[in-house]
Ligand binder design. Structure first.
Ligand code: GSH
Length: 216
């Protein structure tokens, strides 16, 4: 049995899991959960993912797991010697710096990036809702302030947790790539952030995610 990824083709959290599966060269079967049919809120779906969100995985032995970053960590630690190595440092200090970087992404980047993407892209496209430009400006300013701190960190080191690529860097890709196309240029306008992010975007694992999910 092959690992099954239950998600949605337009969901950045689904893309995050697929990205790490690609990095670790783990084959998977994608099962689409249809948002339009509200499949993710059905009683049978909630048995697997009680918060009614995508993604979740069913591993080849039937093990079920949700939360994209928890899935990524599980895959990276289950296959330490397969695909890209070192995505989760094992040395205690390097591991602590890795977790520091993971929390930086979750607390400082994910929230404003997800909200601005929703307001500017998802809301008008899928919910025909009015776009709140003042809210977008506020979120963009928040991202700008946060990414200015990133720029200082990345002036001194190659990646967010030090000199080696980790999952924490990869976690930024799915929302990060959506910012510039909707006019939020903070990632590309800061020299060190831009250098870091460009390298991430060019990884084969991400180019394959783009192909699989038809991301422009
Ligand atoms: N922290 C969760 C977030 C999951 C999440 O926000 N999923 C979104 C798609 S990226 C979703 O299912 N949205 C539909 C909904 O919340 O109803 C993860 O990383 O897996």
């Amino acid at each position: 049995m092959v690992l099954k990824l239950y998600g949605n083709a337009v969901s950045p959290c689904t893309h995050r899991v697929a990205l790490v599966l690609n990095e670790k060269e783990v084959p998977f079967e994608f099962h689409s959960i249809e948002f339009a049919k509200i499949e993710h809120k059905s009683p049978s779906y909630l048995e697997k993912q009680p918060f009614g969100q995508v993604p979740y995985i069913e591993d080849d032995d039937g093990f079920i797991l949700y939360e994209s970053r928890a899935i990524a960590l599980y895959i990276a630690t289950k296959y330490p010697d397969q695909g890209t190595k070192g995505l989760v440092p094992t040395d205690p200090k390097a591991n602590a710096l890795f977790h520091q970087a993971v929390y930086v992404e979750v607390t400082h980047f994910d929230d404003p990036a997800a909200k601005v993407t929703f307001e500017k892209n998802v809301k008008p496209k899928y919910f025909k809702g009015p776009v709140d430009e003042a809210y977008i400006e506020k979120l963009s300013n928040t991202l700008d302030a946060k990414l200015s701190v990133y720029d200082k960190i990345l002036e001194k080191q190659k990646y967010l947790a030090g000199e080696e690529l980790t999952l924490a860097d990869l976690y930024h890709l799915p929302y990060g790539v959506q910012l510039a196309p909707i006019g939020i240029k903070n990632l590309v306008e800061k020299p060190n952030v831009s250098r870091w992010f460009k390298e991430l975007e060019e990884r084969k694992s991400w180019l394959d995610v783009k192909k699989t999910f038809n991301i422009q």
